[in-house]
Design a protein around this ligand. Sequence first.
Ligand SMILES: [Zn+2]
Ligand SMILES: [Zn+2]
Length: 265
Amino acid sequence: MQLTVLGTATPYPLPGKPCSGYLLQGSGLRGSGSQQPGATAAPSTSIWIDAGTGTLAELQRFTRLEDLDAIWISHRHADHTADLLVAYYALRHSSLRPAAKIRVIGPEALADRLAEFLGPDAVRGLHEVFAFTEMSGWGETVVGGLELAWGPVAHGVPAFALTVSDGSSAITYSGDTAPCTSLVEMAEESATLLCEVGYSRQALGDEAVHHTPEDAARTAAAAGVETIILTHLADDLDPADAVRRVHDAFAGAIILAEPGHAFVV
Ligand SMILES: [Zn+2]
Ligand SMILES: [Zn+2]
């Protein structure tokens, strides 16, 4: 699979740096007939993971919106969902003519939340361009050649982490979350963990809802991943400092996510 970083910023976008968003593409083994000599590879599957502010524009550097196989949304915070509003405009009010509804896998009542902004007339329109699959608790599905599995994480609102497998390798994305056992369990299946680092330091007084660099190192080490990709860094966290602090407690490879970077995972 190939992971392309569309944006990493939080809680607001910066020039050249959209909020959270990723494009994951892969063919997978399912249905490819890869065991048979001479078989051709399955068509590539493309999934837009989190639609943070500014990521729709970046997405189009790599694929057409209407060619997406699915959109997966970790939780309803605006830095992960805002560009769904303009994706709806693109699919509903432009010359784009998608062949079918685009599947949107997200937390419960996501369509209703979008319609609260777009207006009551949009409820029907949203369901005409998107096919919503609501996540609650643990779940899994297949999109093209890729297998998706998600589980609830600790972010103070309904939020999910995601593991995607192509049958030979897997990557886990934390979404937004404090350290939690469900994220470790999911990442145990993967060689790569794409992990948020939304805290520069521990939250004092409040219940934690993000990872510090030390938390990210501990989560990666507990799950036994080979590589951690750091993303969604707190705006007061120096990137080089974040890498150094993760390095102190995690012996594997450490990569800093930057918009436009692509990794084979
Ligand atoms: Zn959040
Ligand atoms: Zn966030």
